[in-house]
Design a protein around this ligand. Structure first.
Ligand code: ATP
Length: 238
């Protein structure tokens, strides 16, 4: 059996004296679409920061496709879009994509870029403009485009729908379905339970530093005797 795409083992992290993650154990399988939910401040971004080696866990370990997350080759398998994605303001959209692709040793292919922008509903004319002139949603689309153009097998998205209009949200879901059909793995955080229900194979509820639930959205409703995921979430964290 192949190694999990992501494996958090007994991960703990505190900021000063405040514990944020306490013994988090979680495995995400290759090809799985996995959603992480939790109230504001539950520790979702902290978990992602530990995984990306931006933040050091106090104890425990993380493996990416069987290799320690501390190895850059392990992290080279993933692409990440942060919650508040802010590309360098002086770059044009094209400069930014070109820069990201070059960092990854890939060539800038104008037709491939145009297809990706079309898939995310970002006007190709925006490529020539500085990103400081972009709206929030346009900036988010640029970050998602850079992520998907990287063709990494694993995407980490921190609240990917944030700032997207209804059309862009629908198109992003379509793009994610295409990636799923190709065997891609997705780990994302979201506050929109309807998206989690629609997109995810499995989900986890992080609350007060621990995982209160891991399983399918349907199991979550069953386990917490709820008619819908929103009520199940409320019952879970009660
Ligand atoms: N650099 C930091 N220094 C001190 N405390 C921090 C730091 N980063 C986060 N925290 C605290 O850790 C807790 C978890 O924050 P985190 O950003 O991981 O939550 P989150 O689940 O992503 O929240 P949200 O849904 O609001 O984005 C919060 O109490 C936050 O104040």
């Amino acid at each position: 059996m192949s190694a999990p795409a992501l494996h958090f083992k007994q991960l703990s992290k505190a900021y000063g004296k405040s514990p944020v993650l306490q013994g988090v154990d979680l495995a995400v399988q290759p090809g799985e679409f996995f959603g992480l939910v939790g109230v504001n401040g539950a520790g979702k971004t902290t978990l992602l920061k530990c995984l990306l080696d931006f933040s050091e866990p106090d104890s425990g370990s993380i493996e990416i496709f069987g290799r320690s997350h501390r190895q850059h080759q392990a992290r080279a398998t993933l692409a990440f879009v942060p919650e508040r994605f802010t590309p360098p303001s002086y770059l044009t959209g094209k400069d930014f994509l070109n820069y990201m692709l070059r960092l990854r040793g890939q060539a800038y292919d104008p037709s491939q870029v145009e297809r990706m922008l079309d898939a995310l509903d970002l006007d190709p004319a925006a490529l020539g403009k500085p990103v400081r002139t972009y709206s929030k949603g346009m900036t988010q689309k640029l970050g998602l485009a850079a992520c998907f153009l990287s063709e990494r097998p694993l995407s980490l998205l921190d609240e990917p729908m944030s700032g997207l209009d209804p059309k862009a949200r629908a198109l992003l879901k379509r793009q994610l379905q295409r990636l799923k059909a190709q065997g891609h793995t997705l780990f994302f955080s979201s506050h929109t339970l309807a998206d989690v229900e629609e997109i995810c194979d499995r989900m986890a509820i992080l609350h007060q530093g621990a995982l209160r639930f891991v399983g399918t959205p349907a199991d979550c409703c069953r386990q917490f005797a709820a008619a819908n995921l929103e009520q199940a979430f409320m019952n879970c964290i009660a």
